[in-house]
Design a protein. Structure first.
Length: 255
């Protein structure tokens, strides 16, 4: 979630489309718990600004020529401070999110070094950051029941952690059968938990996500051997469908 495009005028936006889904899905799942509120607009813009600030900090730390990133970094940090102060004043409970966001942000920034690439642990830490949006969006929607917040956050965690595993199994770990098997097993456990604790739509969704975790690496390997490899954009399209399915089920059957 950290790559930036290069060239004049392009230092403002990270060139990583999957990051937007990682923000949107937990945000919408939290909204499904609490219902929509006009304040969700401010929460959404604060989340986007926070992501842009984090991605720019990482890009700045990795860059050998940092000057082009100086202005975007200052703008995003100031905007985040202002937006964060406003929403914290309206919803004081959201200040508790700092307990998660502050240490994880420090870890992510510390791992961003020139020439380094994001490893699995770093990706999972960024998922933890994104998960804060579930209880935050629910709280803004008026829900404060800890049990409901915990269940919604747990569901989002299973999906987002699983997504990281699936995408990695067909990109950086392509051809690694053990990694693909672990990804499929993770999803199978999630589907089993859904069968034990959630309603039928979640069980169907869990089985579908498990099937995609097993089938996608198989398809990628076969197409690669046939000289017709799947491009990352194709993987992204599969994940976009999965994200939409998760959001739809959330609004229809969130506990």
């Amino acid at each position: 979630m950290t790559a930036h495009t290069t060239g004049a005028g392009h230092q403002w936006l990270p060139h990583q489309h999957g990051a937007w889904a990682m923000l949107a899905v937990p945000f919408l799942m939290g909204m499904a718990v609490g219902g929509p509120s006009p304040w969700h607009v401010l929460l959404a813009t604060t989340a986007v600004t926070g992501y842009l600030a984090s991605a720019t900090v990482q890009a700045w730390r990795r860059a050998r020529k940092r000057q082009p990133l100086d202005l975007p970094l200052r703008v995003y940090l100031v905007a985040l401070a202002v937006q964060g102060a406003v929403i914290a004043a309206v919803f004081p409970l959201l200040v508790a999110s700092v307990v998660v966001l502050a240490p994880t942000a420090l870890v992510v920034a510390a791992e961003a070094k020139p020439g380094s690439r994001r490893d699995l642990a770093n990706s999972l830490i960024q998922v933890v950051q994104a998960l804060v949006l579930v209880p935050a969006a629910a709280l803004v929607g008026g829900v404060t029941d800890p049990a409901r917040l915990a269940v919604a956050t747990a569901i989002a965690a299973v999906y987002l952690f699983g997504t990281v595993l699936v995408v990695r199994s067909v990109l950086r770990e392509r051809g690694n059968r053990r990694f693909a098997a672990r990804s499929t097993a993770f999803h199978a456990v999630g589907a089993a938990l859904a069968a034990l604790t959630l309603s039928a739509p979640w069980v169907v969704l869990g089985l579908g996500l498990t099937l995609r975790a097993w089938l996608l690496p198989v398809v990628v390997d076969r197409r690669a051997r046939a000289g017709r490899p799947l491009r990352p954009v194709h993987v992204g399209m599969v994940e976009a469908v999965a994200s939409v399915a998760v959001v739809v089920v959330s609004f229809l059957a969130m506990p």
